[in-house]
Design a protein around this ligand. Structure first.
Ligand SMILES: [Zn+2]
Length: 352
């Protein structure tokens, strides 16, 4: 009988597919960059600033959840700060044995001080390459369009994703406030993305109902869904998502904070998992949500009853759903399976 202690879970190899760069910075780094670049923060005191940036479980909505991002965006306006934030995020993830991470960010948030969008992406890629050199982690970058910006802006970002395909950028995402800003408004940008065979994911079914998931799948051909928390409200769509093995990038803590789910016990991840859906576990925003991936797994174990036998498949789902070429993915999964076997976790051969 395997005991799922925190230490054991931390030691397991893990994949993270949904993690925002600007929501996952170290507070110390924010203060340090602000000093160096003369950025005014609400406070220079690290503990005080942490309190402002961590929204906590009392957060009332997605809109409130998104507020601290104004502060992190203010210190992510130089190539050095973008490089450093990426490197440090990968370092933090590697420290808890995340072996594969997809880091996402919206270039449009980082042009305030005149950086070109290509400079922004190059800086993030530099940080990612340095981290891959220094730590046991593989990194993919996802570029985000923003729902509540204009379709023209989303098109510019989509063009960038095309230019950086196979150069470290592994996918395209649509993020931001779901309410009143449907995915279909950005159809043109997604045509470009789809026509260039770029992996896509979209935030959907978080603040808004299953209609947003349906749009993400049918209007913008999303290969994965960011959150999908409210998918359970539409049984037919749920079965479609299951039959097509469309992965859900779920983030329990963040979902409670944005009120996509009321309580941890009420979160649908276990229900989806039991139905056979390809669910994956992620942090969303390590700083704003005050979590790391080990914390999220511990929640799933302690509050939702995932057993050791189930945790290994939840982990495997993360690697299976990675935006990686198949050959690379198979190689990575073989390595992960061997590592899990050493820890007494054996994968069924027929697991899809
Ligand atoms: Zn997100």
């Amino acid at each position: 009988m395997i005991e799922l202690t925190r230490e054991f879970v931390k030691s397991l190899p893990k994949a993270e597919l949904h993690c925002h760069l600007d929501g996952s910075m170290r507070v110390e780094t924010i203060v340090d960059i602000a000093k160096k670049e003369n950025v005014k923060l609400p406070t220079d005191d690290i503990d005080e600033l942490r309190k402002i940036l961590e929204v906590g479980m009392e957060c009332k909505s997605l809109e409130e959840y998104l507020r601290p991002f104004d502060i992190t965006a203010a210190v992510l306006q130089s190539e050095e700060s973008l490089r450093r934030a990426t490197y440090e995020l990968a370092e933090d993830a590697a420290e808890e044995n995340v072996r594969y991470i997809e880091i996402r960010f919206a270039p449009l948030w980082h042009i305030r001080k005149g950086l070109k969008m290509t400079e922004i992406i190059d800086a993030v890629l530099k940080g990612a390459h340095e981290a891959e050199r220094d730590f046991d982690i593989k990194i993919g970058i996802i570029i985000c369009g923003i729902r509540h910006t204009s379709p023209e802006d989303t098109m510019k970002v989509a063009e960038l994703a095309v230019a950086y395909k196979n150069k470290g950028v592994v996918g395209f995402d649509l993020a931001g406030a779901e309410r009143d800003f449907p995915a279909k408004d950005h159809k043109e940008a997604f045509y470009l993305i789809i026509n260039n065979n770029i992996n896509t994911t979209a935030h959907a079914g978080e603040a808004y109902g299953p209609e947003s998931i349906e749009q993400a799948i049918h209007f913008i051909s999303a290969n994965r869904i960011g959150h999908g928390t409210r998918l359970r409200e539409d049984g037919d769509l749920l079965n479609y998502v299951n039959d097509h093995r469309i992965p859900l990038e779920m983030c329990i803590t963040s979902n409670i904070q944005t009120k996509a789910a009321k309580h941890v016990e009420d979160h649908p991840i276990k229900f989806y998992f039991d139905l056979g859906l390809r669910v994956t576990l992620n942090t969303d925003n390590r700083l704003i949500s005050k979590v790391n991936l080990t914390d999220e797994y511990m929640l799933a174990i302690e509050k939702l009853g995932f057993t050791a036998d189930e945790i290994k498949y939840l982990i495997l789902n993360g690697f299976k759903s990675a935006f990686l070429p198949l050959k690379e993915k198979v190689k990575l999964i073989k390595r992960i399976n061997a590592e899990m076997e050493q820890k007494g976790l054996f994968i069924r051969k027929d697991y899809i």
